[in-house]
Design a binder for this molecule. Structure first.
Ligand code: URP
Ligand code: ZN
Ligand code: ZN
Length: 455
């Protein structure tokens, strides 16, 4: 099957021109102005933007967490991703403490294999670093193409590792050429504050926020950055939210250290005042919590300064009934919010349309940088000859409102209900196949492939 996309405004992280893209089977084979190629199908993209499919490197699908499972599975989550212009996701495998990394991989494959609409990969979250786990790292990198290893500095008793384990893991991952990614918040400080608030009968949603003050994140980010500097491992901080944590990264640049940083769409757009509305605030109970307006300003500036390279979602949805598990105690509200479908349109509308970022920066943040950092470039993250034809055709002027009534995620509320956005995904190609057209899904479950990544 061949397709030609004609007369679109082709935007990559470095280019911006009106032209054509020719696709044969799964791959882009020609790009240019007035291409003479004859194709079986022609898509007229006049007046529309054409950019690389989004890569969301931070999603949690059907993940066992806090006594339940996130409500989007691989089928519903990757379908919603495509509707929003994301053509590749990286999900997290969680090692069970006391068990091996490979058994966790088998468990995650059991849920995901054959069930995805878009392409996907896994980060391996190492929650119990010991000699056995150390011995499994090289095989994951070299045989499975899983090159990124996540650590949690919080969620003690389930996911958190200590600093001794962290150093051991960093050394091993460095030797294997991989990257260590981190949920950087100080678990002990948070647990202390959670226990204190609960013992004082302070159980409302607001206390989720008050149990994770900025210092809990800046302290852990600084400690992680120091350990990465000491070991020399390639590093990445996930869902960075605040000024204090970003300043730790800024300071590290003064000793010529490079730390990759991801923030998430919610930390750019939403703030902690949402926790003041009684239990309704549970929609935004996530860790780290939403911060203050001054932190949003810091994150937008950090993007401009090149300190923040990726905007993900940390998509981890729960049905309202699941959120109600914490109605009487904030510490029992499952942490996470739904966003996989809306990252691209929200960032375009609030970022590009409002003049905060350029179109090229938009592509960098939503696709190219994640592909580069996580070993998929130039197969993914760009519109280049030989790249997978993961392409979004986007109407930059179409206005619409976000709502749970119309979204495709398996969750019964929207964290952005009623938000008016400018810009809409029109057509999405996933490895050369039209996946979304006029809002309709055109491919079947199982189209998505596991993507082996390199170092
Ligand atoms: O609240 C969140 N972020 N839930 C998902 C797990 C994590 O910490 O990323
Ligand atoms: Zn996290
Ligand atoms: Zn997460």
């Amino acid at each position: 099957m061949s397709i030609i996309i004609k007369n679109g405004r082709v935007v990559t992280s470095s280019e911006d021109f009106t032209g054509d893209i020719f696709i044969e089977s799964e791959t882009i084979t020609a790009i240019g102005k007035n291409l003479p190629h004859k194709a079986e199908q022609m898509i007229d993209a006049s007046g529309l933007l054409v950019f690389p499919g989004g890569i969301d490197p931070h999603v949690h699908l059907e993940m066992p967490f806090m006594g339940t499972f996130s409500s989007d599975n691989y089928e519903t989550g990757t379908r919603a991703a495509l509707h929003g212009g994301t053509t590749m996701v990286i999900d997290f495998i969680l090692q069970t403490q006391g068990k091996s990394l490979n058994s966790a991989l088998d468990e995650w494959r059991g849920r995901s294999d054959g069930n995805t609409f878009c392409d996907y990969s896994f980060h391996m979250a190492v929650t119990d670093f010991n000699e056995k786990a150390r011995g499994e790292i090289r095989g994951l990198v070299e045989k499975e193409g899983i090159t990124s290893f996540k650590v949690f500095m919080a969620y003690k008793g389930a996911l958190m590792i200590d600093d001794r384990q962290m150093i051991g893991l960093m050394n091993e991952v460095r030797d294997c050429g991989g990257i260590v990614t981190v949920h950087a918040t100080n678990g002990d400080m948070i647990d202390y504050l959670v226990a204190k608030h609960r013992s004082e009968g302070k159980l409302s949603t607001l206390y989720h926020y008050l149990s994770q003050p900025e210092i809990t994140e800046s302290e852990a980010a600084g400690r992680f950055v120091d350990m990465a500097f000491y070991t020399g491992v390639k590093s990445y901080i996930v869902h960075l939210t605040c000024e204090g944590a970003l300043n730790q990264v800024r300071e590290a640049t003064m000793r010529n250290q490079k730390v990759n940083v991801e923030t998430c769409i919610q930390y750019l757009l939403l703030d902690a005042s949402l926790y003041e509305n009684d239990f309704d605030g549970a929609k935004w109970v996530m860790s780290p919590p939403l911060r203050q307006r001054k932190d949003q300003e810091t994150l937008w500036a950090g993007i401009e300064q090149g300190l923040v390279q990726v905007v993900g979602t940390d998509h981890c949805p729960f049905m309202w009934e699941q959120k109600l598990m914490g109605e009487k105690d904030f510490s029992k509200i499952p942490n996470g919010h739904p966003a996989i479908e809306h990252r691209m349109e929200l960032l375009f509308s609030e970022g590009v349309k409002k003049g905060r970022i350029s179109l090229n920066k938009f592509v960098e943040l939503t696709s190219t940088n994640a592909a580069k950092i996580f070993g998929m470039f130039p197969r993914k993250g760009c519109l280049g000859i030989g790249a997978d034809a993961d392409i979004v055709i986007f109407d930059p002027e179409k206005k619409h409102a976000i709502s749970a009534e119309t979204h495709h995620m398996n969750v019964d509320y929207s964290a952005y209900e009623g938000w008016e956005v400018t810009g809409k995904v029109e057509t999405v190609l996933s490895r050369g196949k039209i996946a979304i057209e006029n809002g309709d899904l055109k491919i079947s479950k199982g189209h998505g492939q596991f993507i082996r990544r390199s170092t």
